[in-house]
Design a protein around this ligand. Structure first.
Ligand SMILES: [Zn+2]
Length: 256
């Protein structure tokens, strides 16, 4: 993989966001394989295609590319995305593409992450302020994707700090998350929220009480649920069945 952009493509462009789009999309088209099935390349959709920017015609996965210039090695916590209501309706109809998130510096790719579509819930989409009445598109409301609400397992690195992750590892990491796929958005939300809490416990071994410590935080996310602890125990069972954690002794668990 060559991390550098082909800058000769944009010599005639003056608009910066247009430049970025051309450079980043060209990079993906010429360097990336399909991280879902391993096919050696992916195809580009025509501009403004409703289901994304790229697709794999072997496994029929769709991908949308978001990119951001970065000044530090730290990944940003949010990605700016398009219109809020469009994004929410895509998620609620379970028709959103997988996401590629690229950060670049000095016209070269720094990080490249795959976020599988089944990690998207309406809770991670943050509404932005509508554009002011004087703006060209007055009232238009965009959104940000809150990356910090996505469990680490849902951020699959393809390139990390200019190091390419082995292709087999990427595909295996994606395959592992497939078991979290569920067509019910509410259960998806609970499962991902629970996984996110567990990942934030620093040790590999943890107890039920450590999971219960997230009760008030989860109550804020799910205000209608009055049985958070019961829900958490149920989610721990799901995560065990899906191979993410192990039950050691009653009330004691281990991350796998
Ligand atoms: Zn594929």
């Amino acid at each position: 993989m060559d991390f550098k952009f082909n800058c000769s493509l944009v010599e005639k462009y003056t608009n910066n966001s247009q430049k970025t789009r051309v450079l980043t999309e060209d990079w993906v088209e010429h360097n990336l394989y399909c991280p879902v099935c391993g096919r050696p390349y992916i195809n580009r959709y025509e501009n403004n295609h409703p289901t994304g920017d790229f697709y794999c015609n072997f496994c029929s996965s769709d991908f949308e590319l978001k990119s951001k210039q970065s000044k530090s090695d730290k990944l940003s916590k949010t990605i700016t995305d398009g219109e809020y209501s469009t994004m929410i309706s895509r998620i609620t109809s379970l028709r959103n593409p997988n996401f590629f998130f690229m950060t670049y510096r000095n016209y070269a790719v720094q990080n490249f992450i795959l976020i599988p579509n089944h990690f998207f819930t309406p809770q991670i989409i943050i509404k932005r302020k509508p554009l002011s009445p004087n703006a060209k598109r007055a009232g238009w409301t965009g959104c940000n994707i809150d990356l910090s609400s996505i469990p680490e397992s849902g951020k699959i690195f393809i390139i990390k700090n200019q190091l390419e992750i082995e292709r087999e590892t990427v595909i295996a990491n994606y395959a592992r998350t497939k078991s979290l796929q569920t067509s019910n958005l509410e259960s998806r939300g609970w499962l991902l929220d629970t996984l996110n809490c567990i990942e934030r416990i620093p040790s590999k071994d943890f107890t039920l009480n450590q999971v219960y410590a997230f009760e008030s935080e989860l109550k804020q996310k799910h205000p209608d649920n009055n049985f958070i602890k019961d829900k958490l125990r149920q989610q721990l069972q799901y995560l065990r069945d899906k191979g993410f954690i192990e039950f050691v002794t009653p009330g004691h668990y281990k991350k796998i």
